[in-house]
Design a protein around this ligand. Structure first.
Ligand code: C5P
Length: 404
């Protein structure tokens, strides 16, 4: 089964007897590493209680569009932005009808209009309702808009009839949800990502470091795995688990990161430097813990090698992507770095409240050649997927140009 590590799934539950299976589905998605938030329609609450879903998800269940309390905690637009995937299971005939017509009179249908994330529906209804021309026309409309419809299955129904309309089993839904994240845009390519902070030792117990959580780099590694690349991840000290299908190389200091990168670089097609590498390290690391004595203490620092710039300067440099975290003059600083370090691409983010370092959300402006693209505020996993698509486009274009 494909993994869902770190994926944010908004599970929409609508009113139908199959709603009881949504509890099992929620558990399965979580077991595969997804973070799940649940939205239920009023009808769904007649079949399974929000309390059940709340206890299982460990998060408040959202049911109302115009609820002052929930809107102030996480409003419907935030929820729509939060999701990497909106999965509606079961999706009733009524919901499909409302969705196909673009209604926004309850929370779930509003979310579906407000999200730019992929939406997947697992229909469940009586076989006559499924076969009804109205339902079939509604389905055609939403499929034409790029919505994935999974199932239904045929067989015995809760109403005693037999035919198409049964929701496919939770195991299959979870597996298809995971598979929906897989593409092959980078299959056959070898990708090296650095992530996280580095630590520059002062003495055996102290170090200099930064606020990087490693989330962006890990999300990029995951997105690259899903794009079919062979991925190695060189990581500074973080509290994250690496994607299952990536090779993980742990390092601590910038010097260690430098040698780990250089060891791998000759077999790398694409290098993405998402790590917040320390620019300086100590001239000498004290062998014993430094004692508190004088009123002031000076540390003498030396410049670390710029791993990214050195990789980009290699004769047979891979396609090289840098990151630029800036607190001011984002565009100018990023473009200067793109040129001075001779990079193929740079992803720049403004460090600020709720964005960038140590945050789950980010917003990026990506620069390459004379072009740029703005990626709006979103979860790091979603941004990473868009970034990997941009990288794949430019990398493939560069390769085509090379061979002509
Ligand atoms: O110049 P600046 O440090 O802001 O550039 C940031 C980019 O350079 C990031 O991609 C970071 O991973 C990389 N970098 C590096 N080695 C350093 C410092 C930064 O690879 N010593």
């Amino acid at each position: 089964m494909y993994q869902l590590t770190g994926k944010r799934i908004l599970l929409g539950v609508t009113g139908g007897i199959a709603a009881y299976k949504a509890a099992v589905l929620l558990r399965l998605l979580q077991q595969h590493g997804a973070v799940v938030r649940v939205v239920m329609t009023r009808n769904a609450c007649e079949f399974i209680t929000p309390l059940t879903m709340q206890a299982l998800s460990g998060k408040p269940v959202h049911t109302e569009l115009l609820d002052l309390e929930t809107e102030s905690a996480m409003g419907h637009i935030d929820l729509a932005r939060w999701a990497d995937l909106v999965l509606i299971a079961p999706a009733s005939a009524n919901f499909i009808a409302r969705y196909s017509n673009g209604f926004a009179e309850d929370l779930l249908s509003t979310l579906c209009l407000a999200t730019s994330s992929p939406v997947m529906l697992a229909p469940a209804m009586n076989q006559q309702m499924w076969l009804n021309a109205a339902t079939q026309e509604n389905l055609k409309k939403i499929i034409a808009r790029g919505i994935a419809v999974i199932g239904p299955a045929e067989g015995d129904q809760a109403c005693g009839e037999n035919g198409p309309g049964r929701m496919i089993e939770p195991e299959e839904i979870a597996s298809l949800a995971a598979k929906s994240f897989e593409t092959n845009i980078l299959s056959g390519s070898r990708l090296l990502v650095t992530a996280g902070p580095t630590r520059e030792a002062i003495d055996p117990v102290r170090f200099i470091s930064n606020r990087s959580s490693g989330r962006m780099g890990y999300a990029v590694a995951m997105a690259a795995v899903e794009a079919g690349a062979e991925v190695s991840l060189i990581s500074g000290p973080v509290n994250l688990s690496a994607p299952d299908r990536a090779e993980l190389i742990n390092v601590t200091s910038a010097a260690e990161m430098y040698s780990a990168v250089m060891q791998k670089i000759s077999t790398t097609d694409i290098f993405i430097s998402a790590a917040a590498v320390a620019d300086y390290s100590l001239d000498t690391i004290a062998e014993q813990k430094i004692k508190k004595s004088s009123d002031s203490y000076e540390l003498s620092l030396q410049k670390n090698p710029d791993i990214l710039a050195e990789v980009a300067a290699l004769n047979s440099a891979p396609f090289t992507v840098g990151f630029a975290a800036e607190t001011e003059n984002l565009e100018l600083n990023a473009q200067t770095k793109l040129r001075s370090k001779k990079l193929d691409m740079i992803a720049a983010n403004q460090v600020g409240e709720d964005l960038g370092f140590d945050s789950e959300m980010n917003a990026l402006t990506v620069f390459w050649g004379a072009e740029h693209k703005q990626l709006q505020k979103a979860s790091k996993t979603r941004l990473a997927r868009t970034l990997i698509t941009l990288i794949a486009d430019q990398y493939n274009e560069k390769n085509i140009n090379k061979t002509h």
